[in-house]
Design a protein around this ligand. Sequence first.
Ligand code: PDD
Length: 281
Amino acid sequence: MSRIVYVNGHYLAEADAKVSVFDRGFLFADGVYEVSSVIHGRLVDNSAHLKRLQRSLAELKIDFPMTVEEIEAIQLEMLSRNRLEEGILYLQVTRGAADRDFGHPENPEPSLVMFTQVKQLLDNPAAQKGMTVITVDDIRWRRRDIKTVQLLAPSLAKQMATDAGADDAWLIEDGMVTEGTSNNAWIIKGGKLITRHLSSDILHGITRRAVLRLAQEEGIVFEERAFSIDEAKLADEAFVTSASAFVMPVVKIDDQLIGNGNPGAVTSRLRDLYIQEAKRS
Ligand code: PDD
């Protein structure tokens, strides 16, 4: 079955879904996106994703005329038309099409595109085994808090990981871990959860926020602060969070096994808690 893709007011077979060559997303990466997960046919934590979308748009001064309710109605229609039970819904807004010029066009018409991807999120086999990561220099721009479609640096880092036989990369700046290529990075030492504090150095993950709240409810102590790659390699457990991975154990960083090289107990508990809650959304 071919997917139905949404493009600016139209629901189209994927082969017929097209955007302009002059779209500024294509020419300048002048656009933002969101990835919401779908479990049992329902969006998880979607209002938080749409709130972050509004913020990203405002930071780039993209004046997108649709309300959150209107966007959500299209999202739900997409799930229904694609009969998506488990996977992700991708949403992208760009400044729109205009003759190529570095400055912003005067009256741009922003473009909205959505598509679905079927993915096994709940029984993801990677969660049993855990992921291996390599460390790569973080060469991204300075506004990583804006979820732009400018993903060349993380894409290159992910490919470096694949070429090295690893699953993903953790990005390093001044000896400290910023985040993963498409996820937030966490370590656990002596029962304490540590993840980098919010700033423009990282994306403010929606899953990160939910996991911090769950940890608090569970009475797990946490610290929001930068941690070094050396500290990470000595951690008892490590994991990443994202809308598509939920809570995913990391069992090896470069050549160093984390703990005994298996997913840790606290990580597994947080994954279970997150999934229980996500199923209730
Ligand atoms: N990525 N950090 C980065 C750089 C990300 O790209 C993502 C998400 C996250 C986690 O954010 P959230 O918990 O809101 O998904 C952190 C998505 C999944 C992607 O690009 O596919």
